[in-house]
Design a protein around this ligand. Structure first.
Ligand code: GRF
Length: 203
């Protein structure tokens, strides 16, 4: 399986994935990292790891369709089978979904369906929940609405700030995302409508 990562920012989840691939925990290749922001640290981090990395500036395209056509063109060239959105700050549009529908996953720093969208950790603190966490889900045309594959819970502690909570959630993200991508690469993830389950690995 060939994996491509889309990231808009820091790229720590991309790096966690790259580490798991390198250690042989995921039977796949990380073939390409693309960012809609050519300045994203995720791109320089990927290059340092020897992974091809490409900035495709969204603002150089007049509409989402043209931008996503360029994106899909590069993904096809790299022969990507699975797209992992890791801190990718845009909704997937019709062009991306029709090329990769059912083969796109995203990581989000809350227990969905609570707190979708931006600033999920701040939303959780403001609401006052005692447990938050992270979710890996299939991507559909909504904002963090696709079928949930796996979640990890993280307690909210008194005195938490959005930053301290984000930091503790991130530790779980770096474990959960490689685990789910490993299941996908081994064909263990089954889905019917919104129901997703993980089958035992075939030996
Ligand atoms: C993560 O918290 C992820 O859940 C969210 O954006 C953040 C990206 O962090 N979607 P990084 O770029 O992987 O370090």
């Amino acid at each position: 399986m060939n994996i491509a990562v889309l990231a808009s920012g820091r790229g720590s989840n991309m790096e966690a994935l790259a580490g798991a691939v390198r250690r042989g925990e995921i039977p796949a290749r990380l073939v390409l990292v693309i960012s809609d922001n050519p300045e994203a640290p995720a791109l320089s981090r990927a290059r340092q790891l020897g992974i091809p990395a490409l900035g495709i500036a969204r603002d150089r395209y007049s509409c989402r369709k043209d931008f996503e056509e360029a994106l899909v063109g590069e993904l096809k060239k790299a022969d990507a089978d699975l797209l992992v959105l890791a801190g990718y700050m845009r909704l997937a549009g019709p062009v991306l979904l029709s090329a990769y529908g059912g083969r796109i996953v995203n990581i989000h720093p809350s227990l969905l369906p609570s707190f979708p969208g931006l600033d999920a950790q701040k939303q959780a603190l403001e609401y006052g929940v005692k447990i938050s966490g992270c979710t890996v889900h299939f991507v559909d045309d909504g904002m963090d609405t696709g079928p949930v594959i796996a979640q990890a819970a993280v307690p909210v502690l008194s005195g938490d700030t959005p930053e301290s909570l984000a930091e503790r959630i991130l530790i779980q993200e770096h474990l959960l995302l490689p685990q789910v991508v490993g299941w996908l690469a081994r064909g263990q993830v089954k889905r019917r409508d919104r129901q997703v389950w993980i089958e035992e690995e075939k030996k």
